[in-house]
Design a protein around this ligand. Structure first.
Ligand code: ZN
Length: 240
């Protein structure tokens, strides 16, 4: 089975549509949370995501905050402003979709979470030392997560695993236990503004990281029109 793995779309419809248009053929989509937050297109992104083939999606911290599940004051000021805006904009239908998302799930022997297997919605796995501690919190060979907006490929037994800002490969056959992050579709933070996603083959166990340029200017225009913090528009250009 060919799986398109996406995460952290953050209400960026332009980036999402671009990823879907270049991803090629896939049998299923695994989405690692944070469909909403920061950006101007929450309902549009949910509508597209929910229509994807054999969709499996977990809940992110921005999804949870939009539902009022968590105290949004734990977010920085501008992220919190965007959550308040999203709460006003979100339709009952979209809200219902977010409400049904599980915090974690196992698919084809792969654990899927937004943050970490220890704390599915909130933990950040930013570096290899943190990743190493996480291997005890899941039983499958593979764990996929998002939340940091930075692609990563960590192997339990490999001392030179990439605690990376830039991965030095595009396609790799998975060996041993790994924690994988496809990066962010809608708000990359590794100083590469291109939308990030991955293709996973469940039979051959290959992981292919891909990046694609999209029309950032049009998203920035919608951010401005919506009255969302300009910082969320600026950062798209520089990828932080
Ligand atoms: Zn996020």
């Amino acid at each position: 089975m060919h799986v398109l793995v996406i995460s952290d779309i953050h209400s960026n419809l332009t980036a999402l549509e671009k990823v879907l248009s270049v991803a090629g053929s896939y049998d299923a989509v695994w989405c690692l949370g944070d469909i909403v937050g920061y950006g101007p297109d929450p309902n549009e992104c949910i509508e597209v995501v929910r229509g994807l083939p054999n969709l499996v999606c977990v809940r992110g911290n921005h999804d949870a905050a939009t539902l009022g599940d968590v105290d949004q004051h734990t977010f920085n000021h501008e992220a919190s402003l965007a959550i308040s805006w999203t709460k006003r904009e979100i339709t009952a239908d979209s809200q219902d979709f977010l409400l049904r998302l599980p915090e974690t799930t196992i698919q084809k022997e792969v654990t899927l979470v937004h943050g970490s297997p220890r704390n599915p919605v909130w933990d950040y796995v930013m570096d290899y030392l943190t990743a190493l501690r996480m291997f005890q919190f899941f039983d499958t060979q593979i764990c996929m997560l998002g939340h940091t907006h930075v692609p990563a490929y960590w192997v339990e037994s490999e001392s030179d695993s990439k605690n990376n800002l830039v991965l030095d490969f595009q396609k790799r056959t998975i060996q041993g236990r790994v924690i994988l992050n496809p990066g962010s579709v809608g708000q990359p933070r590794d100083h590469d503004p291109r939308a990030s996603f991955a293709l996973f083959d469940t039979e051959n166990l290959t992981w292919e990281l891909r990046r694609v340029e999209y029309d950032i200017t049009s998203v920035q225009a919608r951010i401005k029109k919506a009255g969302l913090p300009w910082r969320h528009a600026m950062r798209l250009h520089e990828g932080w």
